[in-house]
Write a protein that binds this ligand. Structure first.
Ligand code: AMP
Ligand code: TRP
Length: 326
């Protein structure tokens, strides 16, 4: 079975878009691969953020993933900062990565643009990511399009190290997660539903109250027609609601159009709201059970124990190849 690893930053807000586009994909993948999921909290400190509670956000993210259906028996789950070997290997890899490569990364260019005072961590961020990946002999790395270049850098660094010191690292493959449906903003259905959106009325968050969710869906922007028909260009609002309904019920578009052929937009929106609220209420119920329970601590402890052993073995092999005193 191939090994898959992915890291998630503890940003604290998970949207319906993340749930449908990413988490549901992860749940599918957990049966296909030997899967490792970690909270990338070391990456979260590259850009200083105010009002950012790392500890709480990390726990909340894990509780939410478990509540959504990430199965701890099928996934090894851990927190990056607890496993000291990641940062240790990262230093060795930094000494095998060129400044030019790092300064050409899109994310670095975008985040440092026009700023005089950004940290060295913003520049070396992709090397730590390479370390996360290479330390476990990872085959597959599911990421959003914005992170593809970083996985490619991890491949380059691994190949360079292997050529210089002999075969040490597995060359990883990115798996771009655009296969899932793209969920659009409810207020402006021509743009992606995003946690950083200015108008939060267009964004459903998994920890929103049922009332808030209902209101947001009922007020969602639609066209002046009244037919529940899928047409992404002419009816982006209704098409987005159809997509949401489709993703949560597993029904086909034609089936949905048939189901609502005699309904007006209000009736259709109510059905969508009922479906979303029902699914999110179940997630929130499980979330409440997880967040205050010891289960999270037990899962993280097991994950750490296992990944520390694996990571230490790889780092030891790397140190031997380089010829450090031991
Ligand atoms: P982000 O929230 O942009 O860091 O994305 C995290 C993951 O969620 C990525 O795999 C994205 O592809 C996915 N994702 C984020 N927003 C959406 C959306 N509106 N629809 C579908 N997938 C999304
Ligand atoms: N940089 C990734 C992001 O912002 C998170 C991440 C850190 C990651 N290390 C990783 C993803 C290793 C995949 C593999 O989304």
């Amino acid at each position: 079975m191939k090994r898959m690893l992915t890291g998630l930053q503890p940003t604290g807000v998970i949207t319906l878009g993340n749930y449908i586009g990413a988490i549901k994909q992860m749940i599918k993948n957990q049966d296909k691969y030997e899967s490792y999921i970690f909270v990338a909290d070391l990456h979260a400190i590259t850009v200083p953020k105010e009002d950012f509670n790392l500890k709480e956000n990390t726990r909340s993210l894990i509780a939410l993933y478990l509540a959504c259906g990430i199965d701890p028996k099928k996934n090894t789950i851990f927190v990056q900062s607890q496993n000291e070997y990641h940062a240790n290997l990262s230093w060795v890899l930094e000494c095998n990565t060129y400044f030019g490569e790092l300064s050409r990364m899109h994310q670095f260019k975008e985040k440092s643009k026009g700023k005089e005072n950004f940290t060295a961590g913003l520049l070396t961020y992709p090397v730590l990511m390479a370390s996360d990946i290479l330390i476990y002999d990872t085959d597959i790395v599911p990421v959003g399009m914005d992170q593809k270049q970083h996985v490619e850098l991890a491949r380059d660094v691994a190949e360079r190290f292997n050529n210089k010191f002999g075969k040490t690292f597995v060359i990883p493959e990115p798996l771009i997660s655009d296969v899932g449906t793209k969920i659009m903003d409810l207020v402006d259905p021509t743009k992606k539903m995003s946690k950083s959106s200015e108008n939060q009325n267009g964004v459903i968050r998994l920890l929103d109250s049922s009332d808030e969710i209902r209101k947001k869906i009922i007020k969602a922007t639609t066209d002046s027609d009244s037919k529940v028909k899928f047409d992404k260009d002419k009816k982006p609002g209704i098409s987005n609601l159809i997509n949401i309904y489709k993703s949560l019920t597993g029904k086909e578009i034609e089936e949905i159009e048939e189901e609502f052929k005699d309904s007006n937009y209000g009736q259709f929106k109510k059905a969508v709201a009922d479906t979303v609220v029902k699914e999110i209420e179940e997630i929130q119920k499980r979330y409440k059970e997880y967040i205050d329970s010891d289960i999270i601590d037990i899962i993280l402890e097991e994950g750490l124990k296992k990944t520390r052993l694996m990571a230490k073995a790889k780092l030891d092999a790397v140190k031997r190849k380089i010829g450090f005193y031991n």
